[in-house]
Design a protein around this ligand. Structure first.
Ligand code: URA
Length: 248
């Protein structure tokens, strides 16, 4: 792929705009040598390319892990602020776009993945993916003590749905706080599960997705998955798909 096409796909502008950048000499290697459209990625790989002296955004196929704050919307086009406002500005212009992997509600905080790796996106969002997702929920009312058994039974059916939920695991953390681990991704699932047992979620935070956690990442910040995390995620997705669903 020639450089103009590569940079356009990374969101640096239309093909024409990127050609203008190249013609102006704004694209160089890490030694400041000017690159033109005949430069190949083999000769000057992604990590060595500079645009206006700046390294390129992360390469295609990257996985971004964001600590989502409350108030940000998981959408490319909704009313701002959007989660994309917290990431490098070109990610929405990429081809393919860096897409959100499993949305969080506007008021939900915590771990959010985004990627332009279409195969990974498909594996993670497929209904056949049963990757565990752990949420910490603050509740309006005290736990009754029976929620764990109810959610673990595989018999709960959400309002307006016909298929019962897969068994989920509840760990009470205090009278009004619990960790709920689910293996599906239905619309507003955690809030609707607590509503189904007569409670109300007042705050929700996603702590983990499969083997991934936020670690020390501050709210509003992002980082790329490490190679080790990426391998662990691939393993977990494979295992979660292979495991037959618990009949409850
Ligand atoms: N379940 C919810 O109800 N909301 C979220 O944001 C994620 C899971």
């Amino acid at each position: 792929m020639n450089l103009a096409k590569y940079l356009a796909r990374l969101g640096y502008g239309t093909r024409r705009e990127v050609e203008a950048l190249l013609a102006r000499g704004a694209v160089t290697d890490d030694a400041g040598r000017r690159l033109d459209d005949r430069a190949t990625l083999a000769a000057c790989p992604h990590d060595r390319i500079r645009v206006a002296g700046e390294p390129l955004d992360p390469p295609p196929g990257s996985v971004f892990l964001l600590h989502k704050p409350a108030g940000y919307v998981c959408s490319t086009s909704d009313r701002p602020p959007l989660v994309y406002d917290l990431l490098p500005p070109r990610l929405r212009q990429r081809d393919p776009i860096v897409a959100i992997v499993g949305r969080l509600d506007r008021d939900t905080t915590g771990l959010l993945l985004l990627t332009d790796d279409g195969a990974l996106l498909h594996r993670l969002t497929s209904p056949r993916s049963h990757l565990p997702k752990a949420y910490r929920a603050q509740l309006a009312d005290a736990l009754s003590g029976s929620e764990g058994q109810t959610f673990g039974s595989g018999t709960v059916t959400l309002d307006g749905e016909r298929t019962p939920l897969a068994p989920a695991t509840l760990d009470p953390l205090s009278a009004r706080e619990a960790r709920l681990t689910i293996t599906e991704g239905r619309y507003h699932q955690v809030r609707r599960m607590f509503a189904a047992v007569g409670n109300h979620v007042t705050a929700l935070h996603r702590e983990s997705l499969g083997p991934l956690t936020l670690g020390e990442l501050p709210e509003g910040a992002w980082r790329l998955l490490t190679l080790g995390e990426r391998a662990a995620l691939d393993d977990a997705v494979r295992t979660a798909r292979a495991r037959p669903r618990d009949p409850g």
